[in-house]
Design a protein around this ligand. Structure first.
Ligand code: HEC
Length: 144
């Protein structure tokens, strides 16, 4: 036996080691979330949602992306996970007040945002909900 006889085996082995390595690298890489940013359709917004859009742009978009489409620092909020049956409006107020521990994604924790007022969040919720509806995301009862 010499290395030449075993060459095909090494090639196959190298392939699998590479594939596993790649899978591992991807699964540990919070920057590589497939499909983010998501495509977001922009509806005609109510006046309150328009105000929310501005508050969102200055407080949230750096992580959650323009129109809540997501970035490499935070998840899209125009996503079925955030439908009102799974994350009620209260979740937005809680998130801004206390921050969020990483649990649904791999972007890390969301810090508390004390600079965002209750009024800002109320408008932001309206904005996100209107975007969600325009993108087919509506109330679905959450099943554990
Ligand atoms: C520094 C980055 C960052 C900023 C700024 C930020 N978020 Fe987040 N947010 C995150 C990350 C990351 C998560 C996902 C945590 C997880 O589930 O793994 C998240 C999750 C959330 C959730 C889901 C909470 C839950 O209960 O699961 C809501 C709602 C939310 N953000 C709203 C907002 C709003 C509103 C703003 C602006 C006022 C904002 N975020 C600003 C990073 C950010």
């Amino acid at each position: 036996m010499n290395i030449k006889d075993n060459l095909p085996k090494y090639v196959v082995l190298a392939f699998f080691v590479g594939a596993i390595g790649l899978w591992f690298a991807q699964s540990n890489n919070p920057r590589a979330v497939a499909g983010i940013p998501v495509a977001v359709k922009l509806p005609q917004l109510s006046a309150q949602a328009e105000a929310g859009k501005k508050a969102f742009a200055s407080n949230c978009a750096q992580c959650h992306g323009a129109n809540g489409a997501g970035t490499d620092k935070g998840p899209p909020l125009i996503h079925d996970i955030y439908n009102p049956g799974h994350h009620a409006d209260e979740a937005f107020f809680m998130a801004a007040k206390f921050g969020v521990r990483q649990h649904h994604w791999r972007f890390g924790d969301m810090p508390p945002l004390p600079q965002a007022s209750q009024d800002d969040i109320a408008k932001i919720v309206r904005y996100i909900r209107e975007l969600q509806v325009a993108n087919g995301i509506t109330y679905r009862q959450h099943r554990m």
